[in-house]
Design a binder for this molecule. Structure first.
Ligand code: PMP
Length: 333
């Protein structure tokens, strides 16, 4: 295979110098922002599409429908374009302009809807399901609902690729893995694989404020923490089939944007890596985990997507000022 699809995955594992020094651990970031769609979700998109093809659910000219915070939609669109499918994306209108622009550039049918809680029948995920059902009923070329929160093909992408890559890139010497949860595909798939290889590998969740996974894994209660986060693509409020696949999480952290964002600003300035907000939560989580299990341990986290996707938010002085968030020196005007 020589098209763009073959370039998904096999991302480098990058040594994060400053946080490693800070904690006396070796903290590595899996560079998912180097996937063709600039995010970790390319893997899930490819797995969902290829498994649907194998089952015979998708045929040439068919349509893929998905509700997404953006990155899954971008992953789906680039795989679909390369393979000859159409794409309909339902997205909350609060997501970054850069994601809308990328989805438009990819030529998807983009349906922006008001951001309302999951409990509301007009939440984007429910609208996507209804549109998918209608498309399946009426589209002569067939359609599928990608359904990333419930579709275990999302998780299996990480079980069969991200997990093994991390294990091999650390020569099997990974002591702990931590990341945040959007659908939980990454956390469940990677931790399942690593634990099967070595049952003493520790796992952790870095949860943004306002999400429920911290309390779920720490206190067995599906209850959102106080506050909110500007991070996109993470922050789950309910237990899904993918979350149910996670046997246990050893360490849970609830992380404030104010504590997390400086890590990615330092990475820009001192290590030349430009990341999005969920990576900030992940790195803050890795630092907490290192402080709990270190020193001398090898810890891996995920660098989920590229910062160019948030130029108008995380790297924009006015946005940061309005949200009373830390502003890096070089962005002050
Ligand atoms: N970070 C970003 C920027 C994302 O878009 C997503 C996926 N929505 C995640 C992290 C979380 O990945 P997962 O769905 O595998 O939990």
């Amino acid at each position: 295979m020589s098209n763009i699809v073959s370039q998904i995955g096999n991302t480098p594992l990058i040594y994060l110098e400053e946080v490693s020094k800070l904690t006396s651990c070796k903290i590595y970031g899996k560079a998912e922002f180097l996937n063709p769609g600039l995010s970790v979700k390319d893997r899930a998109a490819l797995s969902i599409i290829e498994n649907a093809e194998k089952r015979g659910d998708l045929r040439s000219g068919g349509t893929i429908v998905e509700g997404t915070a953006g990155n899954t939609g971008i992953g789906i669109a680039l795989v679909a374009n390369a393979k000859g499918y159409n794409v309909k994306i339902i997205i909350p209108e609060t997501q970054s302009q850069e994601k809308f622009d990328t989805l438009n550039a990819l030529g998807v049918e983009l349906i922006k809807v008001p951001a309302v809680p999951f409990a509301d029948p007009n939440n984007y995920q429910h609208i996507a399901k209804r549109i998918a059902k209608e498309e399946m009923r009426t589209n002569p070329n067939g359609a599928i609902f990608a359904d990333q929160w419930n579709n275990l093909d999302n998780m299996s992408a990480h079980y069969s690729t991200t997990g093994p890559e991390i294990y091999n890139q650390t020569n099997g010497e990974v002591d702990a893995f931590i990341c945040s949860v959007g659908t939980g595909g990454t956390l469940s798939g990677v931790s399942k694989y690593l634990r099967e290889k070595n049952s003493s590998v520790k796992t952790g969740i870095a949860d943004p404020k306002g999400a429920a996974m911290y309390n779920f894994f720490k206190n067995d209660q599906v209850k959102a923490t106080q506050g909110n986060s500007i991070s996109e693509g993470i922050g789950l409020g309910r237990v899904t089939p993918i979350i149910e696949e996670i046997e246990k999480v050893d360490y849970a952290y609830s992380i404030d944007d104010r504590d997390a964002l400086p890590y990615i600003y330092n990475l820009v300035k001192n290590e030349g890596i430009i990341l999005g907000g969920s990576s900030a939560i992940n790195i803050a989580g890795a630092v907490n985990l290192a402080q709990d299990i270190g020193p001398g341990k090898t810890i891996v986290t995920i660098l989920c997507d590229h910062g160019s996707r948030y130029q108008s938010k995380i790297y924009n002085t006015k946005f940061l000022k309005d949200k009373s968030l830390p502003i890096p020196d070089w962005l002050r005007s």
